[in-house]
Design a protein around this ligand. Structure first.
Ligand code: PEP
Length: 248
């Protein structure tokens, strides 16, 4: 199976810096130099149209960092699935830890966002992950399993169509990466949970995210149950992001 490498640009960029980043990514010719990776980038909403146009015809897909649960209506500030789809995006990240913590997104809201993405032809990248205090309290597996259960219960037969990203909160943007063994252990538990819910869901891609860099990507991607990465900081540098895609 091909790996999936997704860049989360978070709230970074200008039209000028995005153009430079995209020209670096196109020059890296990932279709030829990273043939074992499917690649996507998730810019802030306001840049999605520009970025999708600039990447049209390339091997790099586009996603968003969030999605509304509603298809349209009086929901000021929200962006709906059909709008995202119209711009040519393929993925929508849901439940990133920054949205769970700064925007109080509940497990059920995240699951409903995953359902909304699917109902508009987008693939949700569902993020799960524990905080440092939860890890230290030995709660890692119970936390990610609770987060994933809401998605399993909400999606029913559509479960097989999602992507899951395990992102330990203590590793996001901190430079503290989970060891390949720590990541693999959680991925194996997530895989088992998906498979127990539905046999076909054993193939759901499981990405690792949290301080993935060119020098640690290959070791993480070599783990049995790590099917790719969700990349924050390093996705803002074309050379680093390309190197991570090539590590697949
Ligand atoms: C992220 O925000 O999804 C992420 C993994 O960030 P970083 O790679 O910067 O830790």
């Amino acid at each position: 199976m091909k790996k999936l490498v997704v860049g989360n640009w978070k709230m970074h960029g200008t039209r000028a810096s995005n153009a430079e980043l995209i020209s670096g990514l196109l020059a890296a010719d990932l279709a030829a130099t990273a043939p074992r990776a499917d690649v996507a980038v998730c810019p802030p909403f306001v840049f999605v149209a520009d970025v999708a146009d600039a990447l049209k015809g390339s091997a790099i897909a586009v996603g968003t960092q969030d999605i509304s649960v509603h298809a349209q209506g009086a929901y000021t500030g929200e962006v709906a699935g059909p709008m995202i789809r119209e711009l040519g995006a393929k993925y929508a990240i849901v439940g990133h830890s920054e949205r769970r913590s700064y925007h109080a997104e509940s497990d059920q809201l995240v699951a409903d966002k995953a359902k909304a993405a699917l109902s508009h032809g987008l693939t949700p990248i569902v993020c799960v992950g524990e905080t440092l205090s939860e890890r230290e309290a030995g709660q890692t597996e119970s936390v990610v399993s609770r987060q994933l259960k809401a998605v399993i219960d909400t999606l029913g037969g559509q479960l097989v169509q999602i992507v899951v990203a395990y992102e330990p909160v203590w590793a996001i943007g901190t430079g503290k990466v989970a060891t390949p063994e720590q990541a693999q252990a959680v991925h194996a538990a997530l895989r088992a949970q998906l498979k127990a819910a539905q046999a076909q869901a054993a193939v759901v891609p499981l990405l690792y995210g949290g301080s993935v860099k060119p020098d640690n990507a290959a070791e993480l991607f070599a783990q049995t149950d790590i099917d790719g990465g969700l990349i924050g900081g390093a996705s803002l540098k074309a050379a680093d992001f390309a190197a991570i895609a090539r590590a697949a």
